[in-house]
Design a protein. Sequence first.
Lengths: 297, 452
Amino acid sequence: MVAFPSEWIQHFGVHLATAYPPDLGARFRYYERLRPQLGFTAIVHQILTGDPDFKVHHIGEMTRIVTGEGEYGAWVRIDGQREGTHAVHFIGAVFMDDFATVLDCIAILPRSFAAVELLSMELLRSEALHMPRRPRRFFYVPPVGWQAISSGLTANWYPLDFPANLSTIVVPPASFLDGEPQRAIESALAQADAGLTVESVARDELTTASGVKGTCVRVQGHRAGKPEPIYRELAMFVVAPYTYRMRLETSNAGRLLELREVFRGVAGSFRPLPTAEEARLGRAFAARSDLFEHWAT
Amino acid sequence: MRLSLTFPSTSPTWTFKEGPNDQLAAILGGGGGALPELVITYGPIIVRPDEPRPWMEQTARGDVPRESKVTIGRTGEGVTAVGWPLRFVEAEVVNARGELTEVRLCAFYTFMEHASVAIVRAANRAGMEAHGKAVLAILGSARPDWTGEPACLAEVWDLAPPRKAVAQNKPRLAAPVRNDAELAAALAETEAALAANPTALDHVRRGGLLLELERPGDALDALRAALALEPTLERAHYLSGVALGDLDKHAEAIAAWEKALALSPDRVDTVYNLAQARFFLKEFEAALVGFQTVARLDPDDFMTTRKIAQCLYALDRYDEGAAARVRFRELWGSTRDPRAGFITEFVFDQFQADGFWVHALETLRPRNPSVYVLLTFQAIEIHGHHEHPLPATVTVETSDQAKQAGTPFVLAVKAGRQYRVVGMSKDLPPYPELKADVIRLLAEALRPPAKA
């Protein structure tokens, strides 16, 4: 939850808290459970629909934030007019996979905009939900032109020419690591050939664009009683305290190289869940060195 | 989740209408009051029924007047172009007098554990046969569109533009996530490095951190120290411009950015900031050239076209300004930037009247398309950087009723709580005329009532 300072006037509703800081001409509204979790565009749309008097003039750049607990979120500043005067919405959301929390703030006094902006960001980043050990979605760039079907938190990606191109990429959520990393890797890799009569297995290392090293296993085999070859590729990363897996499966031998390239692209774009550094900096995919990025031309 | 069909982009042309129950209707012909030649309705993907045949029969027989009868005809199996199983069912509808009123071809699709249907309707067999090949191609193009809730984190962060947007209301250095403790630690580290070995790059680093900490005066000193050591450091000139801009020293900021631009002519941020500073100083001609350069260098940045319109109106080049507004609307409607969908109106002109200023706004997305405001002229008071609305507004409105009456443009004035229609016209008057009327009406509305 977001803890508003005790000196603010506060009102409570169902999964909702509204707070008014003194002297800032602003109202904060915190939605504690937004289900299902929508995309940030839909969340912003929902919030702005609830404020029909606000006319949008300019939407700033969305910031990918990380809370102090290491949860991903997004935040945006929206300038507009309300009853003819300059007003600003600061809308932030934290993505918990099964639900989102949303902090919306409207400010109407231009002299307070900067202070309210900072407060909005700080309150969002200080949100405490205490759910770090759950299965969590992690970041990767989806295969271009493929479509996903969700199964819980698992994304099953299919090419547009499926089922003629009988291929799928499966990305389950990250799991909290219990025990030794090596054991987790071996246990996951041992399942790579489940249900197959194996003809060949190969194993090598892979390194993502962000420098994370992982393991990749390629299995070729066929299902019992069926002659068609099945090709599987499992990519696995262990970045404590989570393990991450992605799997390609195809029977499309003719386009195997292309499909492996697509899968390598997805696996190569993988980013582990936020590090303590990202949580401290408040930005996704940020490192301390980014503080100096503006002079590195 | 819905069924997706691909229609030929060449003639004959199909028109599309949304129907009840999340259905889409694709209509061929039927213009000018004539009956359509063909209608294809298709829509949601459902969970595949345990017993598909009764569902198919019920669907093929459904949606007819009570006294009509439906006869199921031929059936057949097939697959779509990409291999999804497909079952065709033909049906004919006759009315109570036994006359054929509709010929149907239903295509039932199976998408793993889901199903969907497209129904082609024609008034008679000849109509169906005339387009048979095209219809089969459309039905064969079917595929499931699984789009729904985000399936991955990348889809949740969907408000990001397709590529980095450049234009900002204010020059920015990085994503606006302030972390003062982290910045202070980095500053201390940089200052320690400078104490040991002063380098131009470390001075620039310090200047950048001080800017992030909103200490533009100190940042400027640091950047000057960098330039004393290395006068051709483009980044130092650029950041000096940002610091000077933050200190409201726009003329000096321009000089700094000009030096940065000479060293790095294609940096679009510098061009944008220069144009914006010139706009602040009312050097509209030079600002216009700058914004036009930004639009050329970064065509995806549709918001810059708004600045171009503002410059043109400030220069009294109204026809070009109107063309820039049209261009902005086009870009707003076609950009891949998901943020555009939220913008409901924009300021295209700002001008001074007797004792007050006026903001001219154009509505992009009306809340009610039957009655809405096209243009708003808001009287405002400006104190330094702050603007306060005054209780007077002139609007140009339109409505379905006004359009039907042949006078789509309704000029109205709102003074406090009082609203008054001033006139109606077939065409909008030329902008200078409209502007003069707006100034007169706002001045009248703001005039204190005469004492009795």
